[in-house]
Design a protein around this ligand. Structure first.
Ligand code: GLC
Length: 618
């Protein structure tokens, strides 16, 4: 499929009879009408009194219909084929794989050549980190987008992106890309038009005129990058005021109180959905709505915006997957799924469990992990957690501040920075004053690195518990071959203050070849993760998970019901010593179990299947 910048098909595929039928379908289907009516109600709550509302609504209406009409036939056929089924990309045991295109394959065309490697890991979702056109120079790893309708020219073109999506689909996988919806680069056309005095863009960003006003906002805000980008505002002389910049000074927060911002962002999402991507990681979702006198995070208005986005995207591209990037407390993240009558995102990062997972291996105690896992099970059935061990960002210990004491979190922060004879080889990253510094490092390094004989066991434990949970496991690039930290950023003056580059190495394809050498660490990890995926793939899970109390704090016992009435049980030892356990049922994986003594090895993991008659589903 060839795609022009306008998102239209220049060349249609050969049409079968059913596609002919779809072609002749009237564009204004009941689905679109219904979506427009429902979203109008929601958006009126936010915007009815805004002077731009009437024209913005008319504009939005026209753009949604245009997007529906111009959706390529091949994608409409795919929508039809997937309709009414759980997308196979979201089936149990199919991990999402997160990577940087340049670091994985050089460019998009290069990344395509490695898709079969991902298939061998049973990957269901491919998530390349930002690939849209960023600003020149420092772009916060691509999160300062200069054009949502173009691809980073170093990575390829829109046509390459479309071909990438096709290649992903050919392998029965789905493609999710980043949509940085909270802010644009200051170089973005909208920002430049605002500076140039274009009245349409006058109110696209938050420009604060007086220092008294910005100080009254600041009194309630927390810095995200207190060291490299202190404060939430940047004085921009051309704007004659302080522009809201939650992240870096070159990332300008959009003003969602202006309905035109919603219209333009939605239009970009529809444009990209029509290029062929299957979903969006909605970056920095908690920050969309600003309300005086509040921390300006997780506002109810933000949830209305996401609900309306969901409805309208679904009207055009019904199978679109939305992933919430909200690295907040569990209580604040859960609402990003929405409720069954008003769904928001299909997926959300399970950051509380991820953080508690690292805490458990540091403390050799699973109390907080058990608590967060049980709370995670309260999510609505229509949403799924994206369970992970590591990602491209830091581990934000403060996200657990409502559950763990400062001293405990500080202890973890120190532990993973390698203090006090800990096995971990990580570094710390900035956190707001009074909070423990966040953690950086590749999973293999945080688990001790290649010189530590226990590293493979620890890494397989962390991933084993992650794969075992209800939801989609996320594999962060290179973890499958235990790639370690990359200290190269320290020699680069533009990056050396951004410690997160420590865990953004280039994929080492030579090292990846070692996965065929059965004795190597790479093979042990790769085989272990493939095995987890294979086992889960063969099980028919029902909803729910529960962590059963264990008399030994180092032991985690996670149970999940199967539709057959059997129970899947994951028993994990977070201690560096063997521990007695009571294992019943059929062992699915877990050479770590020593049957003679009924012990589980240090950092051991055992998955079993208990028959319905012995242990009814929880
Ligand atoms: C998200 C990204 C992070 C980025 C920030 C600002 O949190 O994951 O890498 O720095 O948004 O866009």
């Amino acid at each position: 499929m060839h795609v022009s910048a306008a998102g239209l098909n220049d060349k249609e595929p050969n049409l079968s009879q059913s596609s002919q039928a779809l072609c002749s379908e009237t564009p204004l289907t009941a689905r679109v009408n219904d979506a427009l009516a429902r979203s109008e109600n929601l958006l009126k709550t936010l915007y009815e009194d805004h002077p731009n509302w009437v024209s913005a609504w008319a504009d939005l209406h026209a753009r949604v219909i245009a997007a529906k009409e111009t959706r390529p036939i091949a994608l409409k056929l795919r929508d039809e084929a997937l309709s009414g089924t759980v997308p196979s990309a979201l089936r149990p045991g199919r991990p999402a794989y997160c990577t940087y295109i340049d670091r994985f394959g050089g460019n998009i065309a290069g990344a395509v050549t490695h898709l079969d490697y991902l298939k061998s890991l049973n990957v269901g979702i491919v998530h390349p980190l930002p690939l849209l056109k960023p600003r020149e120079g420092d772009s916060d790893g691509g999160f300062a987008v200069a054009d949502y309708r173009d691809v980073d020219p170093r990575l390829g073109s829109l046509d390459d992106l479309s071909k990438f999506a096709e290649a992903v689909h050919d392998r029965d996988m789905a493609l999710i890309i980043d949509m940085v919806c909270n802010h644009t680069a200051r170089e973005h056309r909208w920002a430049q038009a605002m500076l140039a005095g274009d009245p349409y863009f006058a109110d696209f960003y938050h420009v604060i005129q007086t220092s008294a006003e910005f100080e009254s906002w600041e009194a309630h805000l927390q810095d995200v990058f207190p060291e490299t980008a202190p404060g939430n505002f940047t004085f921009i002389p051309e704007a004659k005021g302080w522009v809201w910049t939650t992240f870096y000074p070159f990332q300008w927060d959009l003003n969602y109180a202006n309905p035109r911002v919603f219209v333009e962002m939605l239009d970009c999402l529809l444009f990209l959905a029509n290029i062929g991507v299957d979903g969006f990681r909605l970056d920095s979702t908690p920050f969309l709505w600003k309300q005086p006198g509040t921390a300006c995070r997780n506002r109810p208005e933000t949830h209305l915006i996401i609900q309306a986005m969901r409805i309208l995207i679904n009207a055009v591209a019904p199978q679109t997957i939305l992933l919430a990037e909200a690295i907040e407390s569990q209580e604040a993240v859960l609402p990003f799924f929405g409720v069954p009558e008003a769904p928001e995102c299909d997926l959300a990062y399970n950051n509380s469990v991820m953080t508690a997972l690292w805490g458990a291996i540091a403390d050799q105690s699973t109390d907080l992990l058990a608590q967060t896992l049980n709370a995670a099970a309260t999510k609505p059935d229509h949403g799924q957690w994206l369970n992970y061990v590591r990602c491209h960002d830091d581990i934000i210990w403060l996200a657990l501040s409502d559950l763990a004491s400062h001293d405990r979190l500080k202890g973890w922060s120190d532990f993973f920075a390698g203090k006090d004879s800990s096995f971990a080889k990580g570094m710390t990253f900035q956190a707001p004053p009074g909070f423990p510094a966040s953690g950086c490092g590749m999973a293999a390094s945080l688990c001790g690195g290649h010189n530590d004989p226990m590293m493979p066991q620890r890494l397989l434990l962390m991933y084993g518990v992650t794969y075992a949970q209800e939801g989609i496991p996320l594999l962060y690039m290179g973890d499958e071959i235990a790639l370690e930290n990359d200290y190269g950023f320290l020699d680069d003056p533009d990056r050396r203050d951004e410690i997160r580059w420590l865990h953004r190495p280039s994929m080492d394809w030579q090292k990846a070849e070692k996965r065929h050498d059965v004795q190597s660490t790479e093979a042990i990890i790769f085989k272990g993760l493939s095995e987890y995926a294979r086992i889960l793939n063969g099980l028919a899970f029902d909803v729910g998970q529960v962590v059963k109390p264990s008399s030994d704090p180092a032991i985690l016992i996670l149970r999940r019901p199967l539709v057959t009435g059997e129970t899947f049980v994951c028993t994990a030892n977070f201690s560096d010593k063997p521990r007695p356990v009571s294992i019943t049922g059929r062992i699915l994986t877990g050479q770590a179990h020593v049957p003679e003594t009924n012990q589980i090895a240090p950092y051991g993991l055992i998955w079993t299947l208990e028959p319905a008659t012995i242990s009814p589903a929880p």
